[in-house]
Design a protein around this ligand. Structure first.
Ligand code: SAH
Ligand code: SF4
Ligand code: F3S
Length: 453
């Protein structure tokens, strides 16, 4: 029986979907231990920060949050303070020295062990859990924010060595989950009413590399494509997404599977990082722009309506103005539906951080602004193609700015608003689009089903 006298918990999550998925699993563990969700951070009996260190500003944020909780702990020693995630992994014992009020510092590979680690805290220890760890399947049910859309990890870690990126050093080596375990989790989610699943991995195309299996024809089994086929018919799940794709390993076979499998949504997130081949080489990305272009062409040949989003970095060491202009040119040419942009931030334990040819901050800022303006202009253009089309929208909630409207996302992942009459959360509604903005759409519900394009 769960102990119900544990008090309340509060989790603040920084960073990517991986961290959000970990937080949901940790919340599930806390609730199975008898903690209840708290109303306010400053009153909770246990505060957990699940941290991100992808850029310096993400890391610094957690220190300001921690300062406040450390002061609270000085007045109330019963408060349990936990730092999880990527800053915990990166800083380890240094974090305990910097904030001695901390009870537990735990890396991302230890998320599923939160109960054991808190048991050690109960014994009066200050606990550090950052050693490499084989991620055990979690038997606790995650406490998910949404009752409709769920993240499902398929591969943890990353074996790439992009020269700017801290992820391999904080998330460890790739560990794929077994297809059966993934399917089982999806069946459980379907039984609880979930309709949309996003399969997650930092480099999801690496899925299965560490699992055994070769087909009689000599092809590797257990690829992402095989996984999509394996989980596709889970009853009740209407939509399947996946992220993040890596251009180095992305296959035409995968695009074909997406085109053939009706539940797989028409959206690809394929970061390119830079539009310049020499910079891609310096980043150790393992592909050229010609290869990236070919991927986009293949997607557009087989799935012309698909949305394409990506990530890009400006101000990587050595980036000249001409090289930056090649990134602009690629964005102009491809016209992304969404592009996440960032100024390069030197990270600990990454090669590029020590290179002498760092770009000055003010240039990074100028380039970022120029790129962002282009991204918005192109996204607006891309939105135009929805005018007059009827798109399937999965209703996720009420428009916070207009309660007479519902909001949800198209299969291509565009946020969409429409009149609420006759529909509710969880419905799949055909919506005829009559207004478009750069990153969202509006329309009217239709009786005719939407075409899957
Ligand atoms: N695995 C994904 C990306 C993970 S990190 C991939 O390979 O594309 C998410 C994004 O953060 C990256 O795509 C990159 O654009 C950005 N990023 C990573 N490290 C960065 C750094 N040091 N400075 C600025 N942006 C960075
Ligand atoms: Fe980082 Fe590269 Fe791995 Fe992506 S593929 S997580 S950018 S090292
Ligand atoms: Fe951040 Fe860790 Fe994700 S560094 S982006 S939370 S893998």
């Amino acid at each position: 029986m769960a102990d119900t006298s544990r008090g309340t918990y509060w989790i603040t999550t920084f960073g990517c979907q991986m961290n959000k998925a970990d937080s949901e699993r940790m919340a599930g563990i806390l609730e199975s231990m008898g903690y209840r969700p708290g109303e306010a951070e400053d009153q909770a009996d246990l505060v957990l920060y699940n941290t991100c260190t992808i850029r310096d500003n993400a890391e610094q944020k957690v220190y300001s949050y921690l300062g406040r909780q450390a002061r609270r702990k000085q007045e109330n020693p019963a408060l349990t303070l936990v730092v999880a995630g990527c800053v915990a992994q990166q800083e380890g014992a240094a974090l305990l020295r910097r904030v001695p009020e901390l009870d537990l510092v735990m890396g991302p590979q230890h998320a599923n062990r939160l109960d054991t680690l808190l048991g050690q805290v109960d014994n009066g220890q200050q606990v550090l859990a950052t050693e490499d760890h084989h991620i055990l399947e979690d038997i606790t049910t995650a406490r998910r924010e949404s009752a409709l859309c769920a993240w499902v990890n398929v591969i943890y870690g990353c074996n790439e060595r992009c020269t700017y990126c801290v992820v391999p050093s904080v998330r460890g080596l790739e560990q794929s989950r077994l297809p059966e375990a993934i399917r089982l989790e999806m069946e459980g989610l379907a039984a609880q009413g979930y309709k949309e699943i996003t399969l997650l991995g930092q480099n999801i195309d690496a899925y299965g590399r560490d699992l055994p299996g070769i087909t009689p024809a000599g092809r590797r089994q257990n690829t992402l494509t095989d996984l999509l086929h394996h989980v596709h018919d889970v009853k009740g799940i209407e939509r399947i997404r996946f992220a993040t794709s890596h251009p180095r390993y992305f296959t035409e076979r995968l695009i074909k599977a997406c085109a053939e499998l009706p539940k797989v949504c028409e959206h690809f997130h394929v970061p390119f990082q830079s539009g310049d081949d020499a910079l891609l080489k310096a980043m150790a990305r393992g592909y050229t722009i010609a290869r990236y272009r070919r991927i986009i062409e293949q997607i557009r040949e087989l799935m012309p309506h698909a949305a394409i989003s990506a990530d890009a970095i400006v101000g990587f060491p050595g980036e000249s103005d001409a090289q930056f202009r090649r990134t602009l040119a690629l964005v102009e040419e491809i016209g992304f539906d969404l592009l996440n942009t960032a100024a390069y931030s030197p990270r600990p334990n990454t090669p590029a951080a020590n290179w002498p040819n760092q770009v000055e901050d003010h240039i990074k800022v100028e380039r970022l602004q120029e790129l962002n303006a282009l991204v918005e202009r192109k996204a607006k253009q891309r939105s135009q193609r929805y005018m007059g089309l009827t798109e399937e929208v999965l209703v996720e909630g009420i428009n916070p700015k207009d309660p007479s409207q519902l909001m949800g996302r198209t299969r291509t992942n565009r946020l969409t608003f429409f009149g609420a009459a006759g529909h509710g959360i969880g419905d799949l509604v055909p919506v005829r689009i009559d207004r478009v903005r750069a990153f969202s759409l509006s329309g009217c519900a239709q009786a005719q089903p939407a075409l899957v394009r």
